[in-house]
Design a protein around this ligand. Structure first.
Ligand code: GLP
Length: 262
């Protein structure tokens, strides 16, 4: 696992955006580049930089196919907190990606299990995901894979914990009851099958999650820790998120992977 430590949120986003652009631009195969994408506040700055780069002609999404991580169950597309709405508002409406290349789990389906099985099949039909970008919950969840979700899990229905509903209630008028109790989500196994995983972890409130992800044992209590078993995983983080790392760990990653950006 690589940990890239950047000074602040803006630089973390710039590093992640540059990394994604480089991956897309160096993809020379005819088949599309398959990109997994997250929602949440962490990736917003990355999306802004990808939009800028697309408008400046530095990258095109014409041959990129996307799969989003998750979607709340029961929220229609037009709901401003649906992940469908979020993705179009923050990214898809501003870049040159063909609409048919966008894949987001349908939270309004009357067949959630079938929807999840079809999603896995569709990912497989493209030959898997080249690069999956993600974030982390304060409890170390990846996508909506809450603590104790199997590290081999596949796309399926997830119950959200009370903690996650409280954290996410900031987008729902601070009322946890308004946050849907369930979501559809790719599994930890789905993410880890990707050829590369890039996780954004920023801010003091993610410091425990980062420490468990990097230094803790691999455990379904912190589903993000599954990345330790991936042979091409990168964490992009800011200094604020490093607060709970051991000094040795911090120094190691600063020295080995962040030298060029000191
Ligand atoms: C939600 C999403 C996750 C995301 C997490 C953190 O729970 N399902 O994919 O990583 O929020 O969000 P934020 O980046 O806003 O802290």
């Amino acid at each position: 696992m690589k940990v890239i430590i950047q000074k602040d949120y803006d630089r973390m986003c710039q590093w992640a955006a540059d990394h994604i652009i480089e991956a897309i631009n160096s993809h020379k195969e005819e088949r599309p580049f398959v990109l997994g994408l997250p929602t949440g506040s962490s990736p917003i700055g990355v999306y802004r930089k990808l939009v800028e780069a697309n408008k400046a002609g530095k990258v095109t999404f014409k041959n990129v196919v996307t799969f989003n991580m998750d979607e709340y169950l029961g929220l229609p597309h037009e709901h401003d907190q649906s992940y469908w709405y979020f993705m179009h508002d923050n990214l898809f409406n501003h870049i040159d990606i063909p609409a048919e290349n966008i894949n987001i789990l349908n939270g309004m389906t009357d067949d959630p299990e079938g929807e999840c099985a079809r999603y896995e099949e569709k990912i497989a039909s493209y030959g898997g995901i080249d690069l999956f970008m993600g974030g982390s919950g304060v409890d170390g969840h990846i996508a909506f894979n809450e603590p104790y979700t199997s590290l081999n899990s596949r796309t399926g229905i997830r119950d959200l914990t009370e903690d996650t509903r409280i954290v996410n209630s900031r987008f729902f008028g601070n009322d946890p009851e308004k946050v849907p109790a369930q979501a559809l989500s790719v599994g930890v196994g789905t993410v880890c099958d990707s050829r590369e995983v890039l996780i954004l972890i920023n801010g003091h409130n993610k410091a425990r999650a980062l420490a468990h992800c990097v230094e803790g044992g691999v455990s379904s209590k912190w589903t993000i820790s599954a990345l330790q078993l991936h042979n091409n995983a990168v964490i992009a983080c800011d200094e604020a998120a490093c607060g709970e790392l051991k000094v040795d760990t911090y120094r190691y990653f600063k020295d080995v992977y962040s030298r060029e950006i000191l």
